[in-house]
Write a protein that binds this ligand. Structure first.
Ligand code: KIV
Length: 263
């Protein structure tokens, strides 16, 4: 039986940190599940780390369906969250529902959608029809062309206020989790205190309910410049599985991310 969303709400309510890693294939799904990762994120970062693209924009719905199927086949209990790729959620709520349904049929237990308050209507439409949604705000890589690069978000008072408003609107719309990417730790902590759903951080400080890292970054396979929030957990570990266990332990103990990984 697969873990269900309510388990993560309880972990958040009990103050237990949630450890998430991206996963794109069956072999790693087996290894990550055995190591004890709480959620496998089939991220559209597969565009970068698997397909060698510069951005996540070329990733298609069929790509996400294929990799979700692979991850599902390699795991038996893990909760699978799958990204809705560029162009599949920036459409009408009805069309987004059709796209999300294909991901759910492939094995996703929750879909992740990038965007702020503008996506609230879509989030409400999906969650009212049985599709759990994680909303993704802050640095949203699908909007890299508009953001002008991969920069820290929410630095000014205006931006911070907007991010907090977005978070509240998305929770009210029914989002079951909220991911914040590359935002100041103090702002992520404020959002986490304000919301009742689990928050997931990547480059968002240690106070989020959960942490996520891209698998390849966690294993020190950086394609380009190492971002501040990354940590190579393979250093000092005897195996990949031990590296993953070290990551989980560090997240659960509140030791990762440290100040050196934080904005
Ligand atoms: O696609 C992905 O891997 C993600 C994480 C960076 C959060 O969305």
């Amino acid at each position: 039986m697969r873990i269900t969303q309510d388990v993560f709400q309880k972990m958040r309510d009990d103050g237990e940190k949630i450890a998430i890693v991206t996963c794109y294939d069956a072999s790693f799904a087996t290894l990550l599940e055995r190591a004890g990762v709480d959620i496998l994120l089939v991220g559209d970062s597969l565009g970068n780390v698997i397909q060698g693209e510069e951005t996540t924009l070329p990733v298609t719905l069929d790509d996400m369906i294929y990799h979700t199927l692979c991850v599902k086949r390699g795991s038996s209990t893990a909760f699978i969250m799958t990204d809705m790729p560029f162009g599949t959620s920036q459409v009408s709520p009805e069309e987004t529902l059709r796209n999300a349904a294909e991901l759910m049929a492939a094995g996703a237990n929750m879909v992740k959608i990038e965007g702020g308050s503008l996506m609230a209507e879509t989030v409400e439409f999906l969650t009212q029809r049985g599709i759990p949604v994680c909303a993704h705000i802050g640095l949203t890589p699908q909007s890299v062309n508009q953001l002008g690069g991969y920069k820290v978000q929410g630095k000014t008072d205006n931006e911070a206020g907007q991010l907090l408003e977005d978070a509240v609107a998305l929770e009210q719309a029914g989002a079951g989790m909220l991911l914040m990417e590359v935002v100041p730790a103090a702002l992520a902590a404020q959002v986490t205190r304000t919301l009742s759903i689990p928050t997931i951080g990547i480059g968002a400080g240690k106070d989020c309910s959960a942490q996520v890292l891209v698998l390849y970054d966690m294993l020190g396979i950086y394609s380009g410049k190492k971002a501040r929030f990354m940590k190579n957990f393979l250093t000092g570990a005897g195996s990949i599985e031990e590296a993953v266990q070290n990551y989980i332990r560090a997240v659960k103990a509140g030791e990762f991310p440290g100040a050196e990984h934080t904005f």
